[in-house]
Design a protein around this ligand. Structure first.
Ligand code: NI
Length: 370
């Protein structure tokens, strides 16, 4: 067993505590509550490590081996009153989740999607650049207002495809922020890694910053590009380098994102007169079910990976697998709901998926011949 220091942050205050390779999640909760005087009966305490929520009743070990640097943990505590408020909101039908996918009209007018973030797995706060931060580079009348930037961050956070990814991986990101196109940290990163010019991820998902504006500051980047950047940065929660593992993780999240929009479109889900797939700009990708989604994910990888000296072909099978899992998962759900009647559609989807598999296989074989 090795002893080492961990840093714990709570409301801007950072303290060190001693932990070891045998400290459990439950023990960490006790230490943290003691350290910051958080009492069970007054507070609901959440503890984040590497962008993931630890559980107070978890007896498993948090640090299997001594990390090279002191690990950083974040405490989020809410008073019981605030928790009660959230719980009342949970039963509010205006923010019910997508499990009720027969809905065909707007149920929450506060977002462009008609729905909000998950209550638990979400981006906690938003940060935008102020006009002052751009200095003399642009004039106020030419550039979008910081308010519009904030709306765009909220649109990203509440995008049903992003919400699905956050839920699936139980992610909590403390800050989703706007990055200045001419950011010092960005320039430094460019020099170090030669890539990732559209966003950065701080401390495994504690904060994610996205470059919203074009270089001349006169407008925003296309929405589909922003979502792809956000998912790219989320993939850095687990993998720092742009290796095969990173892209595999990224591709799975892209598949989940597109699948969510395809599913909502298939259920005729409409917000502000449009399907959410149209709002997200992915209606073409979502047209041909899983085959179309697998193709779209492969194409994206083919556009991104070569600059890192990698080929997307080894990831083809994993993409198909994830598509198949999602298809089965939601077919089971639907069958449970309807008890039959969807056989024909299921066959069509299966055929489409097989066609996609064959295409990936063919392209692999072609490559092997070279
Ligand atoms: Ni990157």
């Amino acid at each position: 067993m090795s002893l080492f220091q961990a840093t714990i942050s709570y409301k801007g205050e950072t303290r060190n505590i001693e932990v070891s390779t045998s400290t459990t999640a439950g023990e960490l909760f006790e230490k943290v509550k003691h350290l910051f005087y958080l009492k069970n009966e007054h507070h609901t305490v959440k503890l984040l490590y590497k962008g993931k929520m630890l559980r107070a009743d978890d007896a498993s070990i948090v640090f299997a081996q001594m990390p090279p640097k002191p690990p950083k943990l974040i405490v989020m505590a809410s008073s019981q009153n605030a928790v009660q408020e959230v719980q009342t909101k949970r039963s509010d039908p205006t923010i019910r989740g997508f499990d009720h996918s027969n809905a065909t009209k707007v149920i929450d007018t506060r977002t462009v999607w008609g729905t909000g973030q998950d209550i638990q797995y979400k981006f906690v706060k938003f940060e935008v650049c102020t006009w002052q931060s751009f200095g003399v580079r642009a004039t106020a009348e030419e550039q979008p207002h910081p308010f519009a930037a904030r709306q765009l961050l909220e649109q990203l956070a509440t995008d049903p495809g992003v919400v699905a990814v956050m839920r699936e991986r139980k992610l909590v990101v403390n800050t989703l922020g706007e990055m200045d196109p001419i950011d010092d940290r960005l320039m430094q990163k460019k020099q170090e890694h030669g890539a990732c010019l559209l966003g950065y991820n701080t401390n495994h998902g504690l904060a994610i910053h996205i470059r919203l504006r074009t270089m001349d500051l006169k407008g925003f980047m296309p929405y589909t590009q922003l979502v792809t950047t956000l998912i790219h940065e989320l993939s850095h929660n687990w993998v720092g380098e742009h290796d095969l593992l990173f892209w595999g993780n990224f591709a799975q999240m892209r598949v989940e994102y597109l699948h969510t929009h395809a599913r909502l479109a298939a259920h005729g889900y409409i917000s502000k007169g449009k399907s959410t797939a149209v709002i997200a700009g992915v209606s073409v990708e979502c047209q041909n079910g899983m085959a179309g989604i697998a193709d779209a994910a492969m194409k994206e990888l083919a556009g991104e990976m070569p600059q890192y000296g990698l080929s997307p072909l080894p990831l083809g099978p994993a993409i198909i697998d994830r598509c198949r899992q999602l298809t089965e998962q939601f077919e089971n759900l639907e069958q449970g709901r309807k008890l039959g009647g969807s056989d024909q559609r299921k066959d069509a989807r299966r055929a489409a998926l097989e066609a996609a598999e064959k295409r990936v296989k063919d392209s692999t074989q072609k490559r092997d011949k070279r």
